[in-house]
Design a protein around this ligand. Structure first.
Ligand code: HSE
Length: 425
């Protein structure tokens, strides 16, 4: 007969308080948010778990004089690892190392780990899930994609009756903020980036966001989850937003469209075709109205059809809320592994060259005396020409649907191409 811990403690008439001890790794934005959420919602969380969740340690190399966290601050991870009372670890360190080694050792010791670390999940998620399973623990990563938006658990536990055939998301708040400002105010990329950095929305080194690397890791995680096998982010074609100009937005307006950085995975004939790139989308697309730092993720299942997830994709308390939800789940399931279907075997993606899109193209206008339009019509199928206010001497159009390979081949026939943006309508 199994006696639950609570019953055992009562039976033994122990005075020890009934609680689950948690350690938080990293006291930066997300880690301090986790401590704040656990403190602010202490009673509600206690009701949900049935026991109090107590932060026993916070690990950080720094000191935090004057902050109550100082009393539970440790600098040596071994203190946490060796403490058998610590059942759950919230990892908010970010980056690959030492987070990988710390997580692996915690799981091997039977402790559950809940993380917001998308770099680690994208690279080692499958392995860590397997280690958790073997040790009757859990590796949860709700906060690694979409910040506070529930997306991992819905894919893993709610949409399991469906074959997921498409995921299309605005997965990066920083770039969505920049594109929204460019669209609504007509500002240049560099100016909005500077404003975003001043407001703390963009990092001083914005490369991971503006080059699409962050969104790439997130779509890799989501595609791994729905395919059940490892999708390597290095295999996903990724373009950022640095080449998008004010002129592109003028044409987008003329087309009644907006430009969004999308992470897309589409299942065709059993294979996922994935990419991260800026796309023009129209008002009838639910992602059109996702503005500013918000994220939106559209999931299509073969039975449920479209399901939309929307909310704050970043930020201290929103991200911490998702980590704490995982901690609650881990506390409710101590000693019991919740299955996550994500094997270490590699999932082969479909060839990027075979992905189909329409393409918006801007090039120098060679004038009516040239045969430029004939060549365009011949090269790009069902072409839709577009004019934008105040822009002269340019020929701009949307191509018919074609593969990346066909498009790249045809584009070689033209020089003086100013910009190319994929079109999703
Ligand atoms: N830099 C990320 C973003 C943070 O802007 O969305 C959340 O992962």
């Amino acid at each position: 007969m199994t006696i639950c811990r609570k019953t055992q403690l009562y039976a033994e008439n122990k005075k020890e308080e009934i609680m689950v001890n948690v350690a938080v790794l990293g006291y930066g934005t997300v880690g301090s948010g986790v401590v704040e959420v656990l403190n602010t919602n202490k009673e509600i969380i206690k009701q949900k778990v049935g026991e109090e969740l107590k932060v026993k340690y916070v690990l950080d190399l720094r000191e935090f004089e004057g902050d109550p966290v100082q009393e539970i601050l440790v600098h040596d991870y071994d203190v946490i690892l060796k403490d058998k009372d610590v059942k759950i670890i919230a990892e908010a360190m970010g980056g690959e190392e030492p987070a990988y080694t710390f997580t692996k050792n915690a799981l091997l010791a039977g402790k559950s780990v809940c993380t917001s670390n998308k770099e680690l999940v994208a690279k080692h998620g499958a392995e860590l899930i397997e280690i958790a399973k073997k040790n009757n623990a859990n590796y949860f990563f709700e906060a690694s994609v979409g910040g506070g938006i529930p997306i991992i658990r819905p894919l893993n536990q709610c949409l399991t009756g469906d074959e997921i055939t498409e995921i299309c998301g605005i997965l990066n708040g920083t770039t969505n903020y920049i594109l929204t400002k460019m669209s609504e105010k007509g500002y240049a990329f560099e100016d909005v980036l500077k404003d975003a950095q001043d407001k703390g929305y963009a990092e001083r080194n914005p490369e991971a966001d503006v080059e699409g690397y962050d969104a790439c890791r997130k779509i890799a995680i989501l595609t791994s989850l729905v395919s059940g096998a490892q999708v390597d982010f290095e295999d996903i074609h990724t373009e950022g937003i640095t080449k998008i100009t004010e002129a592109d937005f003028k044409y987008a307006k003329a087309l009644k469209a907006s430009i969004k950085l999308l992470g897309i995975s589409r299942k065709i004939d059993g294979k996922f075709y994935s990419m991260v790139a800026p796309f023009m989308i129209k008002e009838n697309n639910p992602l059109y109205s996702v503005r500013g730092v918000f994220n939106g993720i559209l999931v299509h299942g073969n039975m449920v059809e479209d399901v939309m997830f929307y909310g704050q994709g970043a930020g201290k308390l929103a991200t911490a809320s998702a980590v704490v939800a995982d901690v609650v789940d881990a506390a409710r399931n101590l000693g019991k592994n919740i299955p996550v279907e994500w094997k270490q075997t590699k999932s082969e993606l479909g060839r990027f060259e075979d992905c189909k899109s329409k393409f918006f193209v801007r090039m120098k206008d060679k004038g009516l005396d040239s045969d430029q339009m004939d060549t365009v019509n011949e090269a790009f199928g069902d072409v839709l020409y577009v004019r934008a206010e105040e822009i002269k001497d340019e020929l701009a159009f949307v191509t018919g649907e074609m593969t990346e390979e066909e498009f790249a081949e045809q584009l070689k026939k033209f020089d003086d191409v100013y910009s190319v943006i994929r079109v999703n309508f």
